[in-house]
Design a protein around this ligand. Sequence first.
Ligand code: UDP
Ligand code: MG
Length: 318
Amino acid sequence: MKNISVVVPLYNEEESLPELYAWIKRVMEANHFSYEVIFINDGSTDGSWRVIEELKKNDPECIRAIKFGRNYGKSPALFCGFERAEGEVVITMDADLQDSPDEIPELYRMIKEEDYDLVSGWKKIRHDSKLTKNLPSKLYNATARKITGLKLHDMNCGLKAYKNEVVKSIEVYGEMHRYIPYLAKNAGYTRITEKPVIHQARKYGSSKFGLNRFVNGYLDLLSLWFLSTFGGKPMHFFGLLGSIIFLLGFISVVVVGGMKLYAICSGFRAPLVTDTPYFYLSLTAMILGTQLFLTGFLGELISRNSVERNNYKISKEI
Ligand code: UDP
Ligand code: MG
């Protein structure tokens, strides 16, 4: 088994690749690590694949590469890299030279000696444009810390190190690469920490993610939180909320009806029930409550049929 697998997702990064690989190799050799670098060419339209083939020709032992038929995104690229990684420690790194391979030995040491499951990089001093990245990123990380309960300053840092078993136990999909530490935590790996890492300005090419990362990132965070909290028991959320709302509606319709009956029985001029707004409010509440309840029930039926319903992570059995 090799010491380290470096997983590098890339999309149109032809200029950086030779420099990046030479640097990784230098660090690995200086520290006597056995290693493999897995490049995942995520549907690049430039000459990235040609560059990778060239690199592989010179160093067939240490380089593995896959080429996607089209651009699927960073998460699918990481997923396929994780599937293939054979090193004891798996390190992910962006291909644009913004992450420094000089961090590898310390990350490796933290996983092996300090027994962490996951060490996430923290770009303490960022070299991205202030307005579009730094400020939104601070807000976003603060929200992520609250929701995930993980005290990380930079959840989405591309430079991270994992124990091999961690990457085999998580399924990164869609754009969930932003929340890998949370996925790991939900899979039961709780020894998670961060390490301040050097961050450099992009030397070649341009960023592949725009400002919409924050909107999409926020929605993904909500889905993950929801999935991990109520995913296995949808009725506990929808059923409870639906019942409460229905009950409120029901009580108020009883009150409205009761008042009408009382007026009729006492010989007063009884107003129409539709004269009061409470009638409409209770009607809406009862319909909404029923719908929420049914949503919960449908959720339960779906999760009963889910292939993952009895998929437990058993770490030991004797
Ligand atoms: N990337 C990828 N597929 C994509 C978009 C990006 O594999 O669809 C790679 C990209 O080549 C880089 C890493 O993901 O290696 C991070 O992307 P980028 O540097 O553009 O992100 P930023 O540094 O702006 O957060
Ligand atoms: Mg970058």
